[in-house]
Write a protein that binds this ligand. Structure first.
Ligand SMILES: [Zn+2]
Length: 134
C-alpha cells in the first residue's frame, strides 16, 4: 500500500490540461515512477467516451506498460477525471479497481480542478496524500 505519492507541479499541470481538454467526457491515464515518486505521465484514450465512466484503450495501455517495463519503472497510479465531481472514488471506481496502485481522481467543482489520491482494496477507498513537489 502506498500512503503518499509525490508529483511535480509539471505533472499536475499535464494532468489538468489533459482532463480539461476532454471535459465533459472523463479522461484517463497512467502514472509511472519509482517508490513514491512519479516520473512520467501517460495519457490513455477513454474508450468509453463517457462523462461518467472510463475504460482505457487496451492497446494504448499495453504500449504504456511496455514502455514502463523497458525503462525499469513501476506503475504507481491510474488517474481519471470526474468533470462534474465527486472528488472521491465512485462505487464503480471501487468495484472496477483492478490494480494495486494509487487511483488519482481529478475532479472539477465550479471551474476548479483538484487532485486526490486513493488506495482501493477490499471494497474501500483510503485517501493517499498527494505531495506536490517542484
Ligand atoms: Zn471515477
Amino acid at each position: 500500500m502506498i500512503l503518499q505519492l509525490n508529483l511535480t507541479k509539471g505533472h499536475v499541470q499535464e494532468i489538468v490540461d489533459h482532463v480539461k481538454s476532454h471535459a465533459p467526457l472523463e479522461a484517463c491515464g497512467l502514472l509511472a515512477g519509482k517508490n513514491d515518486r512519479v516520473e512520467k505521465v501517460f495519457f490513455v484514450r477513454n474508450q468509453a467516451q463517457s462523462p461518467v465512466r472510463f475504460v482505457m484503450d487496451p492497446q494504448e495501455q499495453l504500449k504504456a506498460f511496455d514502455w514502463i517495463e523497458s525503462n525499469e519503472l513501476d506503475l504507481l497510479g491510474i488517474f481519471h477525471s470526474h468533470p462534474t465531481g465527486p472528488e472521491t472514488a465512485s462505487p464503480t471506481d471501487i468495484s472496477e479497481a483492478a490494480y494495486d496502485v494509487v487511483h488519482v481522481i481529478c475532479s472539477r467543482t465550479d471551474s476548479e480542478w483538484k487532485l486526490r489520491g486513493f488506495w482501493i482494496a477490499n471494497g474501500e477507498a483510503t485517501e493517499v496524500s498527494l505531495q506536490i513537489v517542484d
